[in-house]
Design a protein around this ligand. Structure first.
Ligand SMILES: Cc1ncc(C[n+]2csc(CCOP(=O)(O)OP(=O)(O)O)c2C)c(N)n1
Ligand code: SF4
Length: 240
């Protein structure tokens, strides 16, 4: 049976149902990415790199050459691949822990060098795969398994991800933050990010994303938590 029209052609037709939990935001980000790859007609040239974390559950999602790296090392692997194969389009798909905690030095140096790679950061505000521990992205008063009374640290929202990188990025780099609650807007950002790579520059798109399993939220509570994240974090094209 042919896939539904809205399903990206680069989906693996023979795939079993995806492995993410019900209500997870990852599949929405991946679906938008797949549609962009189809629309740009770049599947034959695209290499997909995934981090340790729930991003690794995308290992058989697409009909694309896919490699999983060590936790936090997806960006340097992407950069190395791009250096070896400059005509390929290289996408690093990572969690907020991989991009902004253990891998932050790579995120910063890659941006500083204006490496022509695209990074997609799925920000669910905690370390999902390992049991929902507090992350740098955990928002003020948010409860996690390691902050059961709510995160009490001073907030760093103005120095997170795209806001941090915009201070050091090349003028031609592209930085944006979207949300899985607005997939068409997220899709536009992903398209611009890949076009930025095609023009030879660094791009990073973060998406706010739900983790109902670790948030321990039902459907309504998940929507409310997403609204709280959207109020906390600046959405939009932070550098274009
Ligand atoms: C070097 C190293 N340190 C720690 C871990 C354990 N670990 C696996 S996934 C993960 C965090 C994942 O969180 P994030 O990157 O935000 O992705 P998510 O699972 O939330 O999508 C950690 C700490 C590891 N695998 N390797
Ligand atoms: S643990 Fe969270 S991020 Fe991981 S698949 Fe489940 S809902 Fe998604």
């Amino acid at each position: 049976m042919e896939p539904l029209p809205s399903f990206p052609k680069c989906y693996k037709k023979e795939s079993k149902p995806h492995k993410f939990c019900p209500g997870c935001g990852h599949p929405i980000v991946l679906k938008m990415l797949g549609q962009v790859i189809d629309e740009l007609g770049i599947a034959e040239r695209t290499v997909f790199l995934i981090d340790i974390g729930c991003s690794l559950l995308a290992w058989d999602f697409f009909n694309l050459p896919t490699t999983q790296t060590h936790h936090g090392r997806t960006i340097p692997v992407a950069v190395g691949f791009k250096m070896a194969e400059p005509k390929k389009i290289v996408i690093a798909y990572v969690g907020d822990g991989g991009a902004y905690a253990i891998g932050l030095q790579h995120t910063i140096t890659s941006c500083l060098r204006n490496d022509p790679v695209t990074t997609i950061v799925v920000n669910n505000t905690l370390y999902a795969m390992t049991g929902g521990q507090m992350a740098p992205t955990t928002i003020e008063n948010e409860k996690t398994t390691t902050s059961p009374a709510g995160k009490k640290e001073e907030e760093f929202r103005t120095l997170q991800g795209p806001e941090l990188l915009t201070r050091i990025a090349n003028p031609r780099a592209y930085l944006a933050r979207g949300t899985t609650e607005k997939p068409p807007v997220l899709k536009q950002y992903l398209k611009k990010a890949i076009e930025t790579q095609l023009a030879g520059n660094f791009s990073l798109v973060e998406s706010l994303s739900a983790c109902p399993l670790n948030w321990q939220t039902d459907a309504q509570e998940t929507i409310e938590r997403m609204k709280a994240l959207e109020a906390f974090y600046q959405l939009g094209e932070i550098k274009k």
